[in-house]
Design a protein around this ligand. Structure first.
Ligand SMILES: [Zn+2]
Length: 130
């Protein structure tokens, strides 16, 4: 049995058209696998919704071979209020000023690597809609 596009629709944040909705319901009638996905995904969303929204603090350590950690720069997608501090040695911490709103967020950090090149670190975050 082909489970696409039903698996995609079950975990999508995009609203389904009435035709997609009835097609999905018809598939779910006969598909234990997609029924299980729907049940499990609903449990995940419920659990995520019950957790307190926290201010992310992201920590990482630069390779000890990198000597110019003061040139590290971090920034976030479509967001202000990001602060970075050096804890000790090549250990760094990045904090956001407020909880992330629902949707996607990407933290990016760069440091010059010489010859006009950059080392790059990226971390994606996802906050489900409430
Ligand atoms: Zn299925």
């Amino acid at each position: 049995m082909d489970h696409q596009p039903f698996e995609t629709w079950l975990v999508s944040e995009e609203p389904l058209t009435p035709e997609q909705q009835s097609s999905l319901q018809a598939h779910l009638q006969d598909c234990p696998r997609c029924q299980n996905l729907e049940r499990t995904w609903n449990q995940v969303e419920t659990l995520l919704g019950e957790r307190p929204v926290v201010q992310p603090a992201i920590g990482f350590t630069l390779d000890p071979a990198i000597r110019d950690g003061e040139k590290l720069a971090c920034y976030g997608s479509e967001r202000d209020g990001l602060t970075m501090r050096r804890l000790e040695g090549n250990r760094f911490e990045v904090k956001l000023a407020s909880p992330l709103p629902p949707g996607r967020f990407r933290l990016s950090c760069t440091i010059p690597a010489g010859n006009g090149r950059f080392r790059w670190f990226g971390a994606p975050f996802y906050v489900p809609a409430r």
